[in-house]
Design a protein around this ligand. Structure first.
Ligand SMILES: *[C@@H]1O[C@H](CO)[C@@H](O)[C@H](O)[C@H]1NC(C)=O
Ligand SMILES: *[C@@H]1O[C@H](CO)[C@@H](O)[C@H](O)[C@H]1NC(C)=O
Ligand SMILES: *[C@@H]1O[C@H](CO)[C@@H](O)[C@H](O)[C@H]1NC(C)=O
Length: 370
C-alpha cells in the first residue's frame, strides 16, 4: 500500500469523523475497529470463521479462515495461508481464472503445495523453480510459476499482498498467515504478523518475518509495493532450480548504503508516472548450505491436481470486495499493469499506462538478473 494512498485515506477520515469509529456494518466507513495486523489468533483452535467480520467501504471478507477437509478443493475460499518449508507453502492468488491481481487483491485465496489445510492446491507443473531461504529474522520463498494455472492472467505483472492495505484490513481482507519455522515442531504454528507476497510476471516472492524478532515490520515492509521482488526480497533464485538454503538477512526493503551513508528510498506516488530509474541496486545477501531437490520429490501430492480452468467457481462469495471507491481505498499495490492503471483513474496514472508496463517489467526481471 503506497504512502500516498494511506495519506489520502487519512485526509478523508479527517473530514468524515465516522470513518474511524467502530462500524461493524457501515459501508461508508473505511477503517476497521482493529487493524488486521493487530489481530492475533492461535492456530487452529483460536481461528474465527472470518478474521474480518465487518462490512465497510471495501465490502466484506470474501472467504473464511476456518478451513478443513470440507473446504479442501479447487473452489476453496480458504484465506488461511502457510509458509513453512520448500515443500510446504502457499501463495495468494485469485478465485477465478484469468484475473488480474490489481482487480482481486482484496479477495485472494490460499493455493498450497500440501493437502491437509483446507485450501486449493497449486496444480502439478505450475512451479518451475523455488528457492526457500531461512535467515535469522525471516523465511521466504522466491520462485517461478506458470501463473495462469493459479488464475492469474498471463502477462499480469501483478502486485503486493500484505496484511495492511491502505485501509488496514489487509490484502486479501482477513487473510491470515502461519508458519512452523520457529516452533521447532512441524505441527506447531506461529501466527505471522508481518509478511509480504508479490505475485506476477510468472514469478513470486513471499516473505514471513519472525514475530519474535525486533525488526519484523522492517524486513517485511509493505510500502514499496511498486518495485517488486528485486527490491523487496533480493535473491538469487534460479528458474528450473528447487533448493532450500540458509542465508543472512537482507537489508530492510528501501534502505541502502551509498558512500558510507544509510539512505531510505522514497517510492514516488503513481500520480508522478512510471518509475523509470532507481537510485540503487539492492544487495543480495550471502547464502549457504543450499540443498537442491527434484520437484517431483517435493510436490508429489500435487500430481493429481489439475487446473481449475473451467471448473465452476463456488457461488458462496459473500459481498464482493470491490476495490475501487471514490475515497481512494483502492491501493497502489497492483502495480505494473496497464489494467491497474485503468483501475486507478482517480490518481491520474492512466496517462502513463504504457510506461508503467515496460518499466515495471524491467524491475521485475531484475529479480532474475541480480
Ligand atoms: C469446515 O470449514 C467451514 C468453513 O469455514 C465451516 O463452516 C465448517 O463449520 C467447518 N467444519 C468443521 C467440522 O469444523
Ligand atoms: C518437517 O517438515 C520438513 C519440511 O517440510 C520435513 O522435511 C520434515 O521431514 C518434517 N519433519 C517431520 C518430523 O515430519
Ligand atoms: C521458467 O522456465 C520455464 C521453462 O522451464 C519457462 O517456460 C518460463 O517462461 C520461465 N519463467 C520465467 C519467469 O522466466
Amino acid at each position: 500500500m503506497s504512502r500516498v494512498a494511506l495519506s489520502a485515506l487519512l485526509a478523508v477520515a479527517a473530514v468524515l469523523p465516522n470513518a474511524l469509529v467502530n462500524a461493524q456494518d457501515n459501508p461508508q466507513a473505511t477503517f476497521p475497529a482493529t487493524p488486521l495486523a493487530s489481530k492475533h489468533f492461535a492456530y487452529p483452535t483460536g481461528l474465527p470463521y472470518q478474521a474480518d467480520s465487518e462490512h465497510l467501504i471495501r465490502g466484506t471478507q470474501t472467504g473464511y479462515n476456518i478451513c478443513n477437509s470440507t473446504t479442501e478443493n479447487q473452489d476453496s475460499l480458504c484465506q488461511t495461508s502457510f509458509l513453512n518449508a520448500l515443500d510446504d507453502f502457499c501463495l495468494w492468488a485469485p478465485i477465478k481464472p484469468n484475473s488480474l491481481i490489481a482487480d482481486t487483491e482484496g479477495e485472494e485465496v490460499a493455493w498450497c503445495t500440501k493437502p491437509g489445510r483446507g485450501t486449493r492446491l497449486i496444480p502439478a507443473g505450475a512451479l518451475k523453480g523455488v528457492q526457500f531461504m531461512r535467515t535469522p529474522d525471516y523465511v521466504q520463498v522466491v520462485g517461478f510459476i506458470d501463473q495462469s494455472l493459479i488464475n492469474i492472467q498471463t502477462g499480469d505483472f501483478g502486485g503486493e499482498l500484505d496484511p495492511h492495505g491502505a485501509d488496514l484490513r489487509g490484502n486479501p481482507l482477513g487473510g491470515l498467515v502461519y508458519s512452523n519455522a520457529w516452533s521447532g515442531n512441524n505441527d506447531s504454528f506461529t501466527q505471522v504478523i508481518e509478511w509480504h507476497n508479490f505475485m506476477g510476471g510468472d514469478a513470486f516472492c513471499f516473505k514471513v518475518c519472525d514475530p519474535a524478532g525486533p525488526n519484523a515490520a522492517n524486513f517485511c515492509q509493505h510500502i514499496y509495493d511498486r518495485i517488486g521482488c528485486a527490491y523487496n526480497a533480493p535473491n538469487n533464485a534460479q528458474n528450473g532450480t528447487f533448493e532450500s538454503c540458509q542465508g543472512e538477512n537482507q537489508d530492510f526493503p528501501g534502505v541502502y548504503t551509498t558512500n558510507g551513508a544509510v539512505v531510505t528510498y522514497t517510492q514516488p506516488p503513481e500520480s508522478l508516472g512510471a518509475i523509470s530509474t532507481m537510485p540503487y541496486q539492492p544487495r543480495v545477501p550471502a547464502s549457504s548450505n543450499c540443498v537442491p531437490f527434484q520437484s517431483t520429490a517435493l510436490f508429489a501430492a500435487l500430481a493429481t491436481v489439475t487446473p481449475s480452468g473451467s471448473a465452476a467457481v463456488s457461488g458462496s462469495q459473500t459481498g464482493s470486495a470491490s476495490g475501487s471507491s471514490a475515497t481512494g481505498t483502492r491501493s497502489g499495490t497492483g502495480t505494473g499493469t496497464a489494467q491497474n492503471a485503468n483501475q486507478t483513474t482517480n490518481d491520474g496514472s492512466i496517462v502513463v499506462m504504457s510506461g508503467l508496463v515496460s518499466v515495471i517489467g524491467v524491475v521485475f526481471s531484475a529479480l532474475f538478473l541480480s
